[in-house]
Ligand binder design. Sequence first.
Ligand SMILES: Cc1cc2nc3c(=O)[nH]c(=O)nc-3n(C[C@H](O)[C@H](O)[C@H](O)COP(=O)(O)OP(=O)(O)OC[C@H]3O[C@@H](n4cnc5c(N)ncnc54)[C@H](O)[C@@H]3O)c2cc1C
Length: 455
Amino acid sequence: MTRVAILGGGPGGYEAALVAAQLGAEVTLVDRDGVGGSAVLTDCVPSKTLIATAEVVSDAAESAELGVELGHDSVGVDLRRVNQRVLELAKAQSADTTATVEKAGVQILRGTGRLAPGDRVIVDDGAHEFVADVALLATGARPRILPEAEPDGERILTWEQVYDLDELPEHLVVVGSGVTGAEFASAYNALGSDVTLVSSRDRVLPGEDADAAYVLEEVFARRGLNVLSRSRAASVRREGAGVTVSLTDGRTVRGSHCLMAVGSVPNIEGLGLSECGVALDDRGFIKVDRVSRTSARGVYAAGDVTGVNMLASVAAMQGRTAMWHSLGDAVSPLNLKTVAANVFTDPEIATVGWSQAAVDAGDIDAVAVKLPLTTNARAKMLGIRDGFVKLFCRPGTGIIVGGVVVAPRASELIHPISLAVEASLTVDQMARAFTVYPSLSGSVAEAARQLHRRD
Ligand SMILES: Cc1cc2nc3c(=O)[nH]c(=O)nc-3n(C[C@H](O)[C@H](O)[C@H](O)COP(=O)(O)OP(=O)(O)OC[C@H]3O[C@@H](n4cnc5c(N)ncnc54)[C@H](O)[C@@H]3O)c2cc1C
């Protein structure tokens, strides 16, 4: 029996553990904080649970247009109850995942693990020690802390600490306009806080489709969410009952609370990497190839600690791939061009495949069509004012190579495009499939129809 050791119980680790157990290995999963990892305990699951409440609030707040009378002047939230639900749901999800992993026959050790020469794994400084034929490092990442903006857990917060708040921040300053910053800014704005988003770049979501980011900026502006673009935070200080964010150009922003969302750093400390010959890349993440191998024989790595694409779904696929490869099952290298991703703002932004930026840069020859949702009958019925469907296909063959959806629940609407990209379907194949009338997915089929070319 191959002995597999997995350090880290997030999606990279636990999904790998399930595959390894399925393939007949003897699997030990070592985790410090709880199975499910940051994804379940502090990051994806809590933030999306909070956002679920925010969605209900903004739907209610905008329901007058649909003839709804709520009977109150405004819709409010009890943040203590919201956060209690968030934390309970995260705990329950971790317990469910633990049960699934245990049922598969995986041994779970609670503790901090590291590698040691001689294929050894040491847990909690020697409380446990064992030998493994294959090791997977899936220790994740943590919020990046700026020395001039040290979180205090009360007013200056990381995204892991926001669930300790009992009351809605009166004025939340969010530093960082990447995915995490934009999601929290959107959510707290909907929940009823004044929000200022400090963005060092020209626009929010600099890594996303520019048309999508533009829609989001318009929505933010309409809802009174203040975006300070080209503004870099130099320091954040607690002052009295609030915080002062000082910008590098000398301006200051006052708020009641500040959320720091300035990226993540990999959990690599104390893992025994250099002793065991595991190399890092120039950003300080563990270097892996497309089947998750590190530079050390028998040692694999998956998830945020590799910095490949910091998503739970990618972590899980890297972890599974590592096990398929090490245990001799059929395996194909990770293909980042088929990853579907979503920004859970309101509206959501979902993407898959080649991007507009890559098309514009000439990295791929593709044609695009963009359909606003405003002409879609279902969107009108639902009172949806913002959003679009964009599809990219190869000019000669019509093979779909990517797409963007900006809409409520874009995370669900992207799936047919994702399927098309994975299976190299053509726009004509996509257009021939029935969609329900009326439906938002009708716009996906319509975009495909518009890309039809007659030879
Ligand atoms: C606010 C936020 C929201 C997000 N939302 C989404 C989303 O909606 N969808 C999505 O796909 N992605 C989302 N992500 C990204 C996602 O959370 C990560 O990509 C994912 O958690 C990575 O999984 P992982 O297995 O690499 O590590 P993690 O989930 O970070 O798990 C790593 C585990 O390893 C443990 N560990 C660390 N060191 C050791 C050690 N030495 N020994 C033992 N255990 C150790 C940690 O305690 C942790 O339990 C979000 C990220 C953030 C910050």
